[in-house]
Design a protein around this ligand. Structure first.
Ligand code: BGC
Length: 364
């Protein structure tokens, strides 16, 4: 990397760490985006990846505040519903997002999304590994027990996917998140039923989510989705062969654009542009596959998408964006998020994977 390239990277790393710090509410919640009204909530999914990035960059206290926020929100949810749930119904499952004060927003959002809580359990175990303290597992014994019980029962049910769509199907990346989260919880808390359920999911994915040597977006639906990269990093499902993961990543690259990767073909949301966070994900997979030139190209592409103040958007114009769908969304909902914390988080993960250094920001 040239000196000016390293300086640009250091600058954007600083801006990204600042964005995460500024986006954390005193409650510990991490806002999805400060400039896009519908995203003035804390998503468990986005927030966990932000907390993971914070942990990777040594901000363990900020990460712990987020984990405590979610644990408290789950406890409040359980109490609010008067639940001693046996985990057999989806209405007893906590929502995908909370207000910044930790309340459930009663606004008809497609809340039944199982991936975020699997991701949260994985994030907790990464927090313990990176911070050197497993205290939170003990502190959260009750919400963890509740979540495990729920996920162990609910994983075979259709739910909304990580893009909050298609609630009629069972999604491969969702299963990978749940399996990884249950494996983590099983080994951290010696909960045998969690480990057993995780193994059952692994087997199910290997048997039902691979077709013609590639992973499929959802069970029974042969198409590619960028979230399938998650089965390379960081949610590998052990019985899925490495060759299947490689073939899937290649399909993502050829079908969804490189380096600016979009979610899936036919995506209508703001016309389906290119997502910096997915490009960072692809770069992360490249690092683990020893293709660091491609990973650096991903990093450079993301840097080109940053606004003058260092904001990383949710999506940008890309080869796939449908201009009519884009205009229609803008007309109805305003411009898409200009600063998405999850984009910053994934940029930080990739920059760390590549051994890049921050600029001036001191660790608070
Ligand atoms: C995305 C979700 C994300 C949410 C908040 C939605 O448009 O599809 O994956 O969690 O925005 O960023």
């Amino acid at each position: 990397m040239t000196d000016s390239g390293a300086a640009a990277t250091g600058w954007l790393i600083d801006r990204s760490l600042e964005a995460l710090a500024a986006g954390q509410h005193p409650s510990g919640a991490l806002i999805a985006s400060p400039d896009f009204r519908p995203y003035h909530f804390c998503w468990v999914r986005d927030g966990t990846f932000c907390a993971y990035a914070l942990d990777r960059w040594g901000r363990h206290q900020a990460a712990a505040r987020f984990y405590r926020f979610v644990a408290k929100a789950i406890n409040d949810f359980m109490r609010g519903q008067g639940l001693e749930s046996d985990g057999s119904t989806n209405s007893a499952f906590p929502p995908t997002r909370f207000t910044l004060e930790g309340q459930v927003a009663d606004d008809g959002w497609p809340n039944f999304q199982l991936d975020g809580y699997g991701t949260w359990l994985w994030g907790l175990s990464e927090h313990a590994r990176l911070s050197g303290s497993s205290r939170l597992w003990d502190e959260f014994a009750q919400p963890i027990e509740f979540l495990c019980r729920q996920l162990e029962h609910l994983w075979p049910l259709p739910c909304f996917d990580c893009w909050e769509e298609d609630g009629e199907r069972v999604h491969t990346s969702t299963l990978a998140c749940i399996a990884t989260g249950l494996h983590c919880a099983g080994s951290a808390t010696n909960r045998l039923s969690a480990s057993r359920a995780a193994e059952a999911i692994d087997t199910f994915v290997a048997e039902h989510a691979v077709l013609d040597g590639r992973l499929v977006k959802s069970i029974g639906r042969r198409s590619i989705d960028a979230s399938l990269l998650w089965l390379s990093m960081p949610f590998p499902v052990a019985p899925v062969e490495e060759a299947v993961r490689v073939e899937t990543a290649e399909a993502v690259r050829s079908e969804l654009g490189y380096p600016g990767i979009s979610r899936y073909q036919g995506d209508r949301y703001y016309g389906g542009g290119s997502w910096p966070l997915l490009t960072a994900w692809y770069g992360w997979c490249c690092v683990s596959a020893d293709q660091s030139d491609d990973a650096r190209q991903c990093l450079a592409w993301i840097e080109e998408q940053a606004g003058p103040d260092g904001s990383l958007p949710e999506q940008v114009d890309g080869i796939r964006r449908d201009p009519f769908a884009y205009q229609e969304w803008v007309r109805q909902g305003g411009r898409p998020a200009r600063q998405l914390l999850w984009s910053h988080a994934m940029y930080l993960v990739l920059a760390d994977e590549l051994g890049c250094h921050a600029g001036q920001a001191a660790v608070p």
